[in-house]
Design a protein around this ligand. Structure first.
Ligand code: PXG
Length: 295
């Protein structure tokens, strides 16, 4: 948080101290809304169109009409970064159901709220990017898609938060969330990949992980690097016996995991393929993306 930040709120850029939403907003009352987290590097927004497409798809899936067009949202995103004169950082787009009377009925909320925060995010301490993360298995599972599709980046992240609490209480950085069948889905805010005998595997989206945009970028990069990567149902055994493991996410970027449930992954150090991939991802992130126009 910074006192001087300018926040986009329903069409205007306002100082953070004035960026307030109603206690009757259903985003707050019921977690009714959707969000995106996007990184920008070197004055360019990484995979902006893909993030906006996901935001609008998630909104559509919960019958939430975003009051501005895709083009207006893109402009608002770029303008918010420029107004804060930021070159590198994290931008959070939030669409709430809006203000309405108490009661679940979303149709009593006439207009969705939109706010955009341009700031920074650090998911893990810097030294973890050198040494790798320690993982546990979380008891909290990813939701079954018959309850709520795990593809909806909704404002209700309580199941991920419960899982994160388990990790932190166990003295670990991060944890693996299983789906209701006990297969590996993803981590609390990142997708997961393992490497075995030079081949990379990640669980299919149908296992209950988010269809991550960093995950997609990494699959493309591995293709360009000539490293085979496939999607396959994954068990805890597969992670225990992997040579390498790494996580991907907008906030996390690409980061090695070196311990899982107190077992070392490989030799307990970030692996060769992981390290190569991190370098390739940095190059891609710093050289592509939608440019911000600064005043
Ligand atoms: N899984 C989940 C559950 C996520 O929420 C990812 C994977 C990675 O997806 P992307 O598309 O970013 O590669 C996410 C990403 C935040 C925040 O505070 C957002 C996420 C994760 C952690 C924190 O904005 N979302």
């Amino acid at each position: 948080m910074s006192a001087n930040l300018l926040i986009y709120l329903d069409g205007k850029l306002v100082p953070e101290s004035e960026a307030r939403i109603s206690v009757f907003d259903h985003g707050l009352l019921y977690g009714d809304g959707v969000f995106e987290g996007i990184r920008f590097y070197n004055g360019r927004v990484f995979r902006l169109t893909e993030h906006l497409n996901r935001l609008y798809d998630c909104a559509k899936s919960i019958c939430l009409t975003i009051p501005i067009s895709h083009e207006e949202m893109e402009k608002a995103t770029l303008d918010t970064i420029a107004a804060n004169n930021l070159r590198d950082g994290y931008i959070r787009l939030v669409v709430t159901r809006g203000v309405g009377p108490l009661g679940l009925n979303p149709y009593q909320c006439p207009k969705a709220g939109v706010f955009i925060i341009a700031s920074s995010i650090a998911l893990y301490p810097a030294e973890r990017y050198e040494k790798g993360l320690n993982l546990i298995t979380c008891g909290t599972r990813r939701p079954n898609s018959a309850a709520l599709s795990p593809q909806v980046k909704s404002l209700n992240y309580l199941n991920n938060i419960m899982a994160k609490i388990e990790c932190l209480q166990a003295g670990c950085d991060e944890g693996i969330m299983l789906n209701d069948q006990g297969f590996v889905a993803e981590c609390t805010g990142d997708n997961i990949f393992i490497v075995k005998n030079g081949k990379v595997t990640t669980p299919p989206v149908s296992s209950g992980g988010l269809d991550g945009i960093t995950r997609r970028a990494v699959i493309e990069l591995l293709g360009e690097m000539g490293i085979p990567c496939t999607e396959a149902v994954m068990t805890r055994f597969d992670v225990y016996t992997a040579d390498e493991c790494f996580l991907t996410g907008t906030a996390a970027e690409v980061i090695a995991a070196v311990q899982y449930d107190r077992r070392l992954i490989g030799d307990g150090k970030p692996g060769k393929i992981t390290n190569e991939l991190i370098q390739c991802f940095k190059k891609l992130a710093n050289s592509t993306g939608t440019p911000v126009t600064y005043a």
